[in-house]
Design a protein around this ligand. Structure first.
Ligand code: DAH
Length: 319
């Protein structure tokens, strides 16, 4: 019986060693350790043994069974490693292969220009301010020297929500907000890009457009500072060879006031379809901050002066 058991052990070991797949190993497991295995059958015959022999044979049988179990376990680890390696090899991904193109969104051109302008002015020490699009009459008009009934209010048809609230017609409202918010009345250098709205009633104008306001308040600020600043803006944002043209204009919140044109980026000033054959493109309104505005916003016009400009990043006129 002893020999029988040992023989079973030996042939089990041999089969385990030769097993080449998990499936084969499972079959061996059933064959040698299952209920109907040879080993179980041999152990059933234990009853025929003498009292002295029984524990000896039982011990051998247990030892062989344990050995088979251990060998199977070892083989399991080995085979699963092998199978995993094979699977990885089979499913290897070539990361250098060109991928299917993913459609990605991109920044809106207006936002790209806003970011460029912000970077430029921040590099010159400006802060970037913001204000509400739903604005009050006070900030949008009154503090900018446009009292109720002022004829210049007609220049900007407005979306009034109530008697007091309207969708801001100009980012200039943020000039007043910034000056009033500065309690120490220290110098200001700020820009404010943002959305603006006007009640337009023909197909060639959009109700919503984009402006970027600029405001500088300090001692001894002059028109030369405004010109110099706008020239830097034109060179850096529009093109190194851009030229500016200042045309006298009127805005209630600046005196003197100017419309500023930039030489056409496409034809360089010769005249083309972009600049309507004029060689110039109107880009902004500007001027020296009106003393009334300074006063209403808490700055002494005898001590402080300033310039302001309103860039038209996306105009409401579509033609
Ligand atoms: N707010 C004016 C507009 O919407 C543009 C403008 C002109 C802004 C002169 C200014 C300025 O700050 O000084 O047409």
């Amino acid at each position: 019986m002893k020999e029988k058991i040992e023989k079973i052990g030996n042939s089990a070991n041999e089969e385990i060693a030769n097993a080449s797949s998990m499936q084969a190993l499972n079959e061996i497991k059933v064959k040698y350790l299952g209920k109907k295995s040879e080993l179980s059958n041999v152990l059933k015959d234990m009853a025929s043994l003498s009292k002295e022999e029984r524990p000896v044979v039982g011990g051998i049988a247990n030892k062989v069974r344990k050995e088979i179990e251990e060998k199977i376990q070892e083989k399991e680890v080995e085979l699963s490693k092998k199978e995993l390696a094979e699977k990885l090899e089979k499913e290897r991904i070539d990361v250098t292969l060109p991928s299917t193109k993913m459609k990605r969104g991109s920044k809106h051109p207006v936002n790209r220009v806003i970011e460029e302008i912000e970077d430029l002015f921040v590099s010159m020490g400006y802060t970037v301010e913001s204000g509400p699009e739903l604005e009050t009459d006070r900030f949008c008009f009154e503090l900018l020297n446009l009292p109720q009934g002022h004829p210049a209010r007609d220049m900007q048809d407005s979306f009034y929500i109530t008697d007091e609230y309207l969708l801001r017609t100009q980012t200039s409202a943020v000039q007043a907000r910034t000056m009033l918010a500065n309690e120490e009345k220290t110098p200001i250098r700020m820009i404010c890009p943002g959305k603006t709205y006007r009640r337009e009633d023909d197909a060639t104008h959009s109700h919503q457009f984009t402006q970027a306001e600029g405001l500088v308040i300090d001692k001894n600020i002059s028109l030369a500072d405004l010109k110099g600043t706008l020239e830097i803006f034109a060179k850096k944002i529009i093109g190194e060879n851009s030229k500016l043209r200042f045309r006298p204009s009127y805005f209630p919140f600046t005196e003197p006031s100017y419309e500023v044109d930039v030489s056409c980026f496409k034809c360089g000033g010769k005249g083309c379809n972009i600049c309507k054959q004029t060689g110039w493109i109107e880009v902004l309104g500007s001027g020296m901050v009106h003393p009334n505005v300074l006063r209403m916003c808490g700055y002494d016009p005898d001590k402080y002066s300033g310039f302001a400009f309103g860039l038209r990043l996306r105009k409401n006129c579509n033609v």
